[in-house]
Ligand binder design. Sequence first.
Ligand code: E4P
Length: 216
Amino acid sequence: MKFFADTAEIADIKELAATGLLDGVTTNPSLIMKSGRDFMEVTKEICSIVSGPVSAEVVALDHEGMMREAEVLRKIADNVCIKVPLTLEGLKTCKALTSDGSMVNVTLCFSANQALLAAKAGATFVSPFVGRHDDNGFDGMQLIGDIRLIYDNYDFRTEILVASVRHGIHVLEAAKIGADVMTAPPAVIKGLVKHVLTDKGIEGFLADWAKTGQKI
Ligand code: E4P
């Protein structure tokens, strides 16, 4: 499963990229607002740090407007992935952009039928939001399972990008289902390495090593 960082914070992206574990980045207008940075500038900087797909979201709601914005965004770098909302206008834009060789991430997916439409529109990625789905009393992981089943039934190439990931259980369940990608806040990704027994084990080994008086 590929790991994308869901952030526009350069320091976090650099830290994760240095681990070799980062396959891409997703941003959205809220994350850009949180960063306090200029959209074009920060997106360009992220694209220079990460070689994988970097999702940058359009804000127009009509097809012509989305196409205009996508034209601007795709000039930023070759690894920009245009993010469009899961609406009829967004799907129309997705079809046009992917037919033209651009990567497209269809975002704000909350049902398996929506994901089916995204695949039919030729999306590179579809982003089902599991955390927000759970928050509203639905089962986010059931949604991922349903999309996996449908995509496998028809051999759709669209990658399932599990988004709105809140904790390690989301990551684990997404991997068990066979999702292609997950995007999570840097703290969630870094938290995956934590285990109390790992820390305890290191502590014990180091204490015994000190007793040997040896050096490597
Ligand atoms: C995905 O691309 C979105 O940016 C993101 O995962 C939204 O997550 P949230 O529900 O935590 O805002």
